[in-house]
Design a protein around this ligand. Structure first.
Ligand code: HEM
Ligand SMILES: *[C@@H]1O[C@H](CO)[C@@H](O)[C@H](O)[C@H]1NC(C)=O
Ligand SMILES: *[C@@H]1O[C@H](CO)[C@@H](O)[C@H](O)[C@H]1NC(C)=O
Ligand SMILES: *[C@@H]1O[C@H](CO)[C@@H](O)[C@H](O)[C@H]1NC(C)=O
Ligand SMILES: *[C@@H]1O[C@H](CO)[C@@H](O)[C@H](O)[C@H]1NC(C)=O
Ligand SMILES: CC(=O)N[C@H]1CO[C@H](CO)[C@@H](O)[C@@H]1O
Length: 360
């Protein structure tokens, strides 16, 4: 894990030694990593170096404050990035508000029911802070990617560079498209592997990405069919008994943690849970039953740094799924609305026109 203050000092040293140009005031988290995941066309490790060098600092500083109040928000933000990327690519379309005139939106599709409202607010707040400093140059989809990275890092997980330069999408994903792209928690491992292979993920990626469940919570309805009417024989008996107390019925509305050993820490205990038959979803637990993934689970359970290494690779892949770059897409002035649906934005354009006209 990187201690930002130590890093700042390091960068101050380096910049004063090299005396590259003028002031290097912002921290730069985005050192090109040693591993090689091919970069999608239009993304780069230093995309905002000139246009908004403070962007990463603003996100990290603000999220430190947010997580100090409620570390649970880290899980909400990590999941938001996953849902954004899996449904029509990392284009911020998951953020679009249903009140806009689109044909439907990703938030309204059933698997999104449990995305935390607060995660959307945090992203919009970050967007406002960044745009205040730099102007409208940083996309909402990049902010979500950075927020997910910081959620992992500030929960004790690996810190890693994020390729930047995504643009925000103009189209909504229909509920059907959303449902088709987000795997269900009651899927078995072979179904999950097959679904994720179509997006370019290998079994190691799948097991590593599922490790995102080392933080956060779930509603009863996501796993109660493992308890009722008959108990999943794979599930540890004591674990099942405890879950039945939290969720006495198939449709109970309680919640429980995803990783019983260390619910708020981004560590490898999720894999230890699986080896003890204490995985919450079928999609988790079956990774330890299925022959193609069992050994990968064990390898992560015994070697946390191996998990971190593979997680970062898989996240870097995920963060580049069908990205819009260059002239495609836009940079939203409000993460919840396309610019063409954003009355405040349109009004500001009119003001600008009036001003530029009055200059002549
Ligand atoms: C592999 C297929 C996956 C399935 C089937 C799945 C399913 C789920 C479900 C059902 C929930 C609980 C929703 C609820 O009832 O509240 C959940 C929560 C969560 N998922 Fe996944 N997920 C998957 C992959 C991922 C990935 C790739 C990540 C990130 C790397 C991720 C991160 C999270 C987090 C952090 C939470 C907790 C959210 C919170 O506390 O608000 N999941 N997931
Ligand atoms: C969505 O899926 C449902 C059932 O799976 C189907 O009846 C409906 O026609 C689909 N809608 C669209 C717009 O594809
Ligand atoms: C996994 O689930 C699918 C769909 O329900 C089913 O067809 C398949 O037989 C299952 N595979 C295993 C190995 O259980
Ligand atoms: C749902 O939760 C609320 C408390 O938040 C409780 O009062 C209510 O009885 C619960 N409903 C069901 C169906 O469990
Ligand atoms: C952003 O857009 C949403 C959806 O249209 C709207 O409800 C909200 O008020 C907007 N926020 C701002 C600050 O304009
Ligand atoms: C927060 C949110 O957008 N919830 C929606 C999730 O999906 C259901 C079913 O489509 C809607 O009724 C919710 O409003």
């Amino acid at each position: 894990m990187v201690i930002p203050s130590a890093r700042s000092t390091f960068f101050l040293l380096i910049s004063s030694l090299l005396v590259v140009s003028s002031l290097v005031s912002a921290e730069n988290y985005n050192q090109e990593p040693e591993f090689t995941v091919p970069l999608a066309k239009g993304l780069s490790w230093s995309f905002y170096e000139n246009s908004c060098p403070q962007a990463e600092d603003i996100v990290r500083t603000q999220l430190k404050k947010v997580f100090k109040e409620d570390i649970g928000q880290a899980a909400g933000l990590l999941r938001l990035h996953f849902h954004d990327c899996f449904v029509q690519g990392c284009d911020g379309s998951v953020l679009l508000d249903g009140s806009t005139s689109g044909p439907g939106d990703e938030q309204d599709a059933i698997p999104n029911l449990t995305l935390r409202k607060k995660a959307f607010e945090i992203v919009n707040d970050l967007r406002q802070r960044i745009h205040k400093k730099c102007g409208r140059v940083v996309s909402c989809s990049d902010i979500v990617a950075l927020a997910a990275r910081d959620s992992v890092a500030l929960s004790g997980g690996p810190d890693y560079a994020v390729p930047l330069g995504r643009k925000d999408g103009l189209t909504f994903a229909t509920p059907n498209v959303t449902l088709a792209n987000l795997p269900a928690p009651f899927s078995n491992a072979s179904t999950i592997l097959e679904a994720l292979a179509t997006k370019g993920f290998d079994p190691t990626d799948v097991v590593a990405l599922s490790g995102g469940h080392t933080i956060g919570i779930s509603h009863c309805t996501s796993f109660t069919r493992r308890l009722y009417p008959t108990q999943d024989p794979v599930m540890d008996k004591t674990f099942a008994k405890d879950l039945k107390e939290i969720c006495p019925k198939l449709d109970s509305n309680g919640t429980t943690v995803l990783d019983i050993r260390s619910p708020n820490k981004f560590d490898n205990k999720y894999y230890v849970d699986l080896m003890n038959r204490q995985g919450l979803f079928t999609s988790d637990q079956d990774l330890y039953s299925y022959k193609k993934t069992k050994d990968i689970v064990t390898s992560f359970a015994v070697d946390e740094s191996l998990f971190y290494e593979k997680f970062v690779i898989a996240m870097t892949k995920m963060g580049q799924l069908s990205v819009l770059t260059g002239k495609n897409g836009e940079i939203r002035a409000n993460c919840s609305a396309r610019n063409s649906d954003n009355q405040a934005y349109l009004a500001s354009l009119v003001d600008d026109d009036v001003e530029s006209l009055s200059e002549f």
